[in-house]
Write a protein that binds this ligand. Structure first.
Ligand code: AOF
Ligand code: ZN
Length: 367
């Protein structure tokens, strides 16, 4: 490779990484839209930049290109530009109008309204357009969006606070203090990355959680709270039922309990069997509400159901440094499986904290 071409490839990588960092600033605020970053550069210098800050706001390209006067620049995008009229006119048209010479994008947009049409539009206008630089990284960044677009259900992350020996409660069934307070604060903050957070009726009864987002850095962020209450029997004095504007609540119950709907409450009734509510139906209904990602907080029975049905994409375990033991203590996968079928986490990431650790990883299907 010549020195000039080597320098150009280095610039491409540098500016794409910058665009990815910018895109991440929309974390938690853009869904069901993707996070997108845009960097405009010429002769190795950044001329302008932008990102999609929240759902309904300007697209990254508009923010970056709006005031750009200089033609002949290169545009780095973490996602293919849109080619459709949504809340805003097509970004591909703006790129053409601004006389951008070259567009480097990390990946195509799987949205059927776009999906290659943005790229084709640029090329038809004579713009040099390339796809794939940092594609894996961009895909990981927008994993919620991609799963939502490709499967029609939200991305599902299972969350559990466990002792060193994998128990979610002590032998008396108490769970609130299994993990120390620093770990619990981190686990609350995790809620910010998602569109919805879910708890089962057992957890609502035992822990009386608020399921809100109170950690700093997430002010103004909304979060849908989801409670699974198969029999529609949870007492309404529980804290989760108190109205909170930023944190709307939706309750799911079985069809058999359809007569028990309460006035002023968002209550959805789905089929149920001996094992509980049909989780496919619950996820489908959530997707219909525009929920692209879901954090399942527990309890043990609910996490077990998601694991058993293979309806999950990621797990985050908060480990304390204590051994709790107890035959009757709740664990995340009580129904279990044989070793051949045991789910394994890929891309595992351990973060030591407060004498314990946070383990985060993706589902990797056995075989
Ligand atoms: C881009 N740049 O920054 C984003 C894009 O409802 P709208 O008008 O905001 O359009 C949403 C769709 O546009 C979304 O599903 C995805 O296909 C694309 N998002 N595209 O060129 C951006 N956020
Ligand atoms: Zn756009």
């Amino acid at each position: 490779m010549s020195a000039a071409r080597g320098r150009m490839a280095g610039d491409d990588l540098r500016f794409m990484k910058m665009a990815l960092r910018l895109a991440r600033r929309g974390l938690g605020y853009t869904e069901p839209n993707p996070m997108v970053g845009a960097v405009v550069a010429r002769d190795g210098r950044v001329l302008a930049a932008g990102f999609h800050a929240r759902f309904g706001a300007a697209h990254a390209e508009t923010m970056a290109l709006e005031r750009l006067a200089a033609p002949g620049a290169t545009l780095y995008l973490t996602l293919e530009p849109c080619s459709h009229f949504g809340k805003t006119p097509p970004c591909a048209d703006l790129i053409i109008r601004k006389k951008v010479r070259r567009v480097v994008m990390a990946m195509l947009d799987p949205n059927p309204l776009v999906n290659g049409a943005g790229l084709a539009r640029l090329r038809a206008a004579g713009i040099q357009a390339e796809v794939g630089l940092c594609g894996a990284e961009a895909g990981r960044l927008n994993r919620h969006y991609l799963t939502f677009m490709r499967t029609g259900r939200p991305w599902v992350t299972l969350h559990a606070g466990v002792s060193l020996d994998g128990k979610m409660t002590d032998r008396e069934g108490r769970s609130r203090w299994v993990t120390p307070s620093e770990l619990r604060r981190c686990s609350h903050s995790l809620r910010g990355e998602f569109s919805a957070v879910m708890a089962g009726s057992g957890t609502v009864l035992a822990d009386d959680p608020l399921l809100t987002l109170r950690e700093p850095g997430w002010e103004g962020k909304t979060l849908l709270r989801v409670v699974l209450d198969a029999g529609a029997a949870l007492p309404r004095e529980r804290r989760v039922f108190r109205a909170r504007e930023r944190f709307p609540l939706v309750v799911f119950s079985g069809l058999a309990a359809a007569g028990n709907g309460r006035k002023g409450e968002r209550h959805v009734f789905v089929p149920a069997d001996g094992e509980g509510l049909n989780l496919d139906a619950v996820l489908k209904a959530l997707a219909g509400m525009g929920i692209a990602s879901l954090l399942v907080e527990g309890g043990g029975r609910l996490i077990d159901s998601f694991l058993r049905r293979g309806l999950w994409d990621e797990a985050v375990f908060f480990y304390s440094g204590r051994i709790v033991g107890g035959r009757d203590a709740v664990q995340p996968f009580a129904s279990g499986t044989c070793l051949d079928a045991a789910p394994e986490l890929a891309g595992r990431h351990w973060t030591p904290l407060a004498g314990g650790a946070i383990l985060r990883g993706y589902r990797c299907s056995p075989g």
